[in-house]
Design a protein around this ligand. Structure first.
Ligand code: 3HC
Ligand code: NAI
Length: 698
């Protein structure tokens, strides 16, 4: 018998067991209809004498992925999830959750409302709420410590990490693991039936064991606060677990609900929801809906230096065979050794076995001969950043690659239209701009030259997905989306140290903003020599009206290139940075040379000048259609440059601050530097129309 208790929930009675199926594609998110359907189903279970027990399961690929995030910005609608979970738990007949795919957030809370839980071997459970700026809001923080202790509960709710079936079983989160996904329903039914007539264990009725260490919550709070770098939700999740240890269940539930509701309407939650949906929207580029990716079987990389080797590792790790071409034997050997070293790093971190490494190295081909590229479907060029060298390489690629192959360049700044013109097939040329280290950084800028066909762009997105990266489409311009914005923020950082700040003041302010590293520490890490060479190359064409800060040049003239020379903005001893006192002297001299009366630059001014520089340039990038939407700019900054996700990216931050306030701030800065702070036309237009960047994302 099948009973429809609402479109989203189906109830079938099989062998005396009510099989309640949540069916709300694509991920069975708990919408109002799902909540209502579950309440109705539990009423049926209670009332129908033919039903002895019940199983809750999900249709499709997952059990339940959690609350419907799309409902979060709207007024809450009854029934509320805590009441739904309570209704399941209160049922007098045994209820078992049959978990496949994932049970996340509210989905896991529904499972914890059930009296028993069975998982399929490959399923995962977890509370990712903190990643959305909230905490579990339907008893997760109260039931979890009752099952697995406060230490484990604190770990799971503050990290948001997902737990596989084995770990869940060992921690007492579930009762059994089914032999296979096919056996899951039968196993859950059997478990539920075996408990008919027996006393039922309701998690809310269990007590919470105190933590083993008396100061657990104090030390944990310090640890979580540090790791969260300004994000509130992890610390608040810990607070809710602490409430579970200190208060009776009903009181703890009230505390959890209060924190959940407070956070749900916070700016951080808004920003993190934006990041969640933007991450999924970024590959859905308007106008490219019908473009089909080309086949990606074999890949090749030209150049085995820092980037080439890193890109090869990223591709090998994704399972592709990869051929690396170098200029001479010595460089080829260096390339092989770079790849080997990087893979060894994965082994050392326990993310690859020794046999796995051997297998991976087995897929690496090495050659000096472009003839080895005949069967490659896509090649990524990562040779020196020099137009002449790149053009020669693309001429050779044009001759060697089969028709239909994708010819990509990893150039950081060069004009890809010009590179494409060195071939007879500019429609097959694209930019694939990776970030260092290429096997770690998630961003891939997919750069579209004028003549490139849509299916090549689609292939770029397909490769990004296969490599586990976030692909963002960019038009051709100097530095594309990311480095173009970076150039502006670097200038502001330079101006500020000439105005009165010191590099470590700037770094401290930006780290307090939420960046993992301040701009000067990043420069020391990447090496000051590369930008120096670029400045020397472009010196002749520099706008004489533009303010030029020579401090970095003075450092480079001393041979201080950053970490690699042990000295840059900072001095490195045993890898630890401390401010370079000689740098301070240079800065004071340079300010004096220009007659600048140095003044105190507050942390707020530092943060505003760097943020507003990002926003203004980001707006220009959207205005010029280099980025399709503001969300593309946000994703570049979050995944490529460490912009705090909980701020949603610079464009989202601008919306949260309010565009009129941002524009006023830019105009105020323009009073002393009109050349740099010319407001973007788009920003002015949006303010005039009372709109936000978010309006352009839809
Ligand atoms: N609410 C609304 N929509 C959701 C959703 C959710 N919780 N989870 C996923 N979706 C949507 C996605 O936006 C996407 O939509 P689109 O096709 O229009 O872009 C679609 O479902 C498919 O999602 P993915 O592209 O992410 O599919 P994957 O197969 O790669 O991943 C997943 C599936 C692992 C379930 C992943 O989507 C995921 O991690 N989802 C979020 C889980 C989560 O954060 N849950 C907690 C919610 S908050 C909560 O439960 C509060 C509670 O405590 C009260
Ligand atoms: P690198 O100097 O470490 O490596 C370049 C390699 O190319 C060398 O091993 C060299 O032997 C090889 N090479 C030179 N000419 C060649 C040819 N004709 N055929 C085959 N191989 C040749 O440089 P890096 O840092 O790896 O940069 C490579 C490219 O990646 C540049 O275009 C750079 O702008 C870009 N890039 C660099 C990033 C970085 O952080 N280093 C980030 C993103 C892009």
């Amino acid at each position: 018998m099948t009973e429809e208790t609402g479109a989203a929930i189906k109830l079938t009675i099989e062998d005396g067991v009510a099989v309640i199926t949540v069916d709300n594609p694509p991920v069975n998110a708990i919408s109002q209809a799902v909540r209502q359907g579950l309440v109705d189903a539990m009423k049926t279970v209670a009332a129908d004498g033919a039903i002895k027990a019940a199983v809750v399961r999900g249709a499709g690929n997952v059990f339940i992925a959690g609350a419907d995030v799309r409902e979060f910005g709207k007024p809450p609608m009854e029934p509320f999830l805590p009441d739904v979970v309570a209704a399941i738990e209160a049922t007098d007949k045994p209820v078992c959750a049959a978990i496949h795919g994932v049970a996340l957030g509210g989905g896991f809370e529904v499972a914890l409302g059930c009296h028993f839980r069975v998982m399929s071997p490959k399923a995962r459970v977890g509370f990712p709420e903190v990643n959305l700026g909230i905490i579990p809001g339907a008893g997760g923080t109260q039931r979890l410590p009752r099952l697995c202790g406060v230490e484990k509960a604190a770990d799971l709710v503050t990290s948001g990490r997902q737990v596989a079936a084995r770990e869940a079983k060992d921690a007492g989160l579930i009762d059994a693991i089914a032999d296979s996904e096919e056996d899951l329903l039968a196993a859950a039914k059997q478990l539920a039936l075996s408990k008919v007539g027996r006393p039922l264990r309701r998690i809310s009725e269990l007590s919470v064991a105190p933590p083993a260490a008396a100061d657990f919550f104090t030390t944990e709070k310090a640890k979580v606060t540090r790791a969260a770098r300004g994000q509130h939700s992890p610390v608040r999740a810990l607070e809710a677990v602490e409430a579970a240890a200190a208060l009776p269940f009903a009181e703890g539930m009230k505390r959890e609900r209060a924190i959940f509701q407070e956070l749900r309407s916070s700016d951080q939650a808004k920003a993190l929801r934006h990041a969640f949906f933007a991450e999924r929207a970024v590959s859905k580029v308007p106008g490219l809906e019908n473009a089909k990716p080309r086949k990606l079987g074999k890949l090749a990389v030209i150049g085995g230096g820092t980037m080439g080797a890193g890109i090869a590792v990223a591709c090998l790790r994704a399972g592709y065979p990869v051929t690396v071409i170098e200029a001479d034997e010595a460089a080829l050997e260096r390339g092989r050794s770079n790849v080997d070293k990087n893979l060894e790093g994965f082994v050392a971190r326990g993310r690859l076995t020794a046999e796995g490494k051997t297998e991976t190295m087995g897929r690496l081909g090495l050659s000096l001969d472009y003839g080895a590229l005949g069967d490659a479907d896509l090649v990524i060029e990562a040779v020196f950043e020099d137009m002449g060298v790149k053009k020669t390489v693309f001429g050779k690629l044009d001759a060697a690659m089969k028709p239909g192959a994708v010819l990509a360049t990893n150039t950081s700044y060069l004009d890809i239209d010009e590179i494409a013109a060195a071939t007879k097939r500019p429609e097959d040329v694209i930019g694939l701009h990776f970030f260092s280290p290429a096997f770690v950084m998630r961003l891939l800028e997919i750069v579209r030259p004028a003549k490139t066909s849509d299916d090549i762009i689609a292939t770029g997105f397909e490769l990004a997905k296969k490599l586990g990266k976030v692909g963002v489409l960019s038009g051709v311009c100097d530095g594309f989306i990311g480095n173009r914005i970076l150039a502006k923020t670097r200038k502001q950082a330079d101006y500020m140290i000439e105005d009165g700040a010191l590099p470590w003041d700037v770094d401290k302010a930006m780290e307090a903003f939420g960046m993992p590293m301040g701009p000067f520490r990043v420069m020391d890490l990447a090496g000051l020599d590369i930008a120096w060479a670029q400045r020397k190359r472009t010196a002749a064409t520099r706008d004489p009206k533009e303010r030029y800060v020579a401090i970095a040049d003075r450092l480079c003239e001393q041979g201080w290139f950053g970490q690699k020379t042990g000295r840059g903005w900072y001095v490195y001893e045993n890898g630890k940075p401390s401010p370079n006192a000689d740098v301070e002297k240079i800065i004071l001299e340079e300010s004096a040379k220009k007659g600048i009366a140095r003044r105190a630059v507050s942390a707020e001014e530092i943060q505003n000048r760097i943020l507003y520089a990002m926003i203004n340039e980001g707006a220009r990038i959207v205005e010029e259609k280099i980025a399709a939407r503001p969300l593309d700019v946000d994703m570049v900054k979050i995944f490529g440059y460490g912009f705090p996700r909980w701020r949603g990216g610079p464009m989202c931050t601008a919306d949260i601050i309010g565009l009129p306030k941002v524009l006023d701030g830019i105009k105020a800065l323009a009073a002393s530097d009109p050349l740099f702070w010319k407001p973007s036309v788009l920003l002015e237009k949006l303010v005039a129309e009372g709109k936000s960047f978010a309006d352009l994302n839809n």
